[in-house]
Design a protein around this ligand. Structure first.
Ligand code: UDP
Length: 474
């Protein structure tokens, strides 16, 4: 099967070459309420819905990224009580919020009641974001098998599995002087590429990751949004360690989901609509000339950094498309670009609040991606063969950037303070320099590898078929 027909078939109801049949079985799917987690879960929902499974999405309603059921009428939606204290939500601390969600699910009967109500009729299993391991316990009590979706890389999961070792061997919590030290047990990572935590929330993170690891050993299957050729050793390590029969690399999942709004881009009612006029603007630009700049849905910068990025882009002389979210600069009334910037970049620069990222990355005019290295953005860039300037901020972004640079050779990290001259040099290195050219070549080769994963006999297609067979057998 050709790649194109695979992707189309998935959305038309025949993904993976299977014919849709009456929706005899239903699966429940429970994403973590953050954009980078909602997107792959909905993409997986598309993959399962295609060949004939009915899908009911369980979702929280009290968070920033509240799902909008109107965007996906083909799925059922059931609201779940979150039980997260208002002060924890207000703190914006993502780990605290996730810990509170799990604690609430483990302790309260409310979630179990929802699950029990949805258990019948015909629910085959619960797909759960691997960070919502509290759901697994409740499902187990009801005799409902749980399949976890990991929305990050395999390398990231290995890092989670290794967390106790990282403590025992003195890498964590990190000392300032240790940050560049290689973690010899997890090459090519350095201490600063790990999930870092301040001493203050160190215990909380350790306990959280220990529970996530414990739960991983009880799942009926573990699905990862990555592909075999990209993370061969990392996947093998997971299979060796967690001891469950089915560890499936089905990614990049966005390749099998033709929807953009409601899956890959805006899936909640708080993010702006995708600005499709930027595609018309890209149509006017020279092939391979445009740098696409985006830091995803959560990462932020202060007003000084915003100004340095603006002048770095302006002074580079390179065309660019820059996603400047309304909440990009916290504590402000909205991001304020420096005076004179607009005039300097007329015709060559475009600023938008939210772009159709996959379409942008696939556009012939785009030749590079300045990214925060959220895993979805990283995978989307890999799938489109686009080399990267990496500017990671937190969570798994540092290790994703490290792999882009040191393993796949398709980008480099922009380190240290954001400063306009340094930014300009990095842009020219990627877009015009010979090193950038070599990265672009390697990215092009990786793009072909991604395509082959979805051709007949391709690893991701096989994994998806195995998953569907598994669900049908439950
Ligand atoms: N995205 C988008 N338009 C934008 C910026 C981001 O559609 O202007 C999408 C992007 O394609 C990706 C997701 O938002 O699928 C961001 O996920 P990622 O894991 O990269 O980062 P996070 O937002 O979780 O930090």
């Amino acid at each position: 099967m050709s790649t194109t027909s695979t992707a189309q078939d998935a959305s038309n109801g025949g993904g993976n070459g299977r014919q849709p049949h009456a929706r005899a079985r239903r699966v429940l799917m429970f994403p973590l309420p953050f954009q980078g987690h909602i997107n792959p879960m909905l993409q997986l929902a598309d993959v399962l819905h295609g060949p004939g499974l009915a899908v009911t999405i369980l979702h929280y309603t009290g968070f920033r990224n509240t799902l909008d059921p109107a965007l996906r009428p083909e799925f059922g939606f059931v609201a779940v009580p979150d039980g997260v204290p208002a002060d924890v939500v207000a703190s914006g601390n993502v780990v605290s919020m996730i810990v509170a969600m799990n604690t609430a699910m483990e302790a309260s009967v409310a979630f179990r009641d929802v699950l029990a109500g949805e258990r019948m009729p015909r629910a085959a299993c619960l797909f759960v974001d691997s960070s919502l391991f509290g759901a697994q316990k409740a499902a187990e009590e009801l005799g409902l098998p749980t399949i976890a979706l990991r929305t990050g890389s395999a390398a990231c999961f290995n890092c989670i599995l290794a967390y106790p070792m990282l403590h025992q061997n003195g890498y964590l919590p990190p000392e300032g002087s240790q940050l560049d030290m290689p973690v010899k047990e997890l090459p090519p990572l350095r201490v600063r590429d790990l999930f870092l935590s301040s001493r203050a929330d160190h215990d909380m993170l350790s306990k959280f990751l220990a529970k996530a690891t414990h739960a991983a050993r009880s799942y009926s299957a573990l699905v990862l949004n990555t592909f075999e050729a990209l993370e061969t050793d990392e996947l093998e390590k997971i299979r060796d360690e967690i001891g469950i029969a089915m560890v499936l690399a089905t990614g990049p999942l966005h390749r099998l989901s033709s929807k953009t709004e409601g899956t890959a881009g805006r899936s909640s009612n708080v993010l702006p609509h995708e600005d499709h006029t930027c595609i018309e603007w890209l149509d006017t630009q020279i092939t391979g000339s445009v740098l696409y700049v985006s830091v995803g849905s959560l990462a932020c910068m202060d007003s000084g950094e915003l100004s340095e990025v603006a002048w770095g882009l302006a002074n580079s002389g390179q065309p660019f498309l820059w996603v400047v979210r309304q909440d990009l600069v916290p504590g402000s009334d909205g991001p304020c670009l420096p005076k004179g910037f607009d005039d300097m970049v007329t015709g060559r620069g475009r600023v938008t609040p939210w772009a159709p990222q996959q379409e942008v990355l696939a556009h012939r005019a785009v030749g590079g991606f300045w990214t925060h290295n959220g895993w979805n953005s990283t995978l989307e860039s890999v799938a489109k063969g686009c080399p990267m300037i990496c500017r990671p901020q937190f969570a798994d972004q540092m290790m994703n950037a490290r792999y882009v640079d040191a393993v796949w050779g398709i980008g480099f990290e922009l380190e240290g303070e954001l400063e306009r001259n340094k930014i300009g040099e990095a842009i020219l290195k990627l877009m015009k320099g010979s090193e950038g050219e070599a990265m672009r070549k390697r990215a092009g080769e990786l793009k072909k590898t991604v395509a082959s994963c979805f051709e007949s006999g391709g690893s991701s297609l096989l994994a998806i078929n195995e998953l569907i067979d598994h669900v049908s057998s439950l």
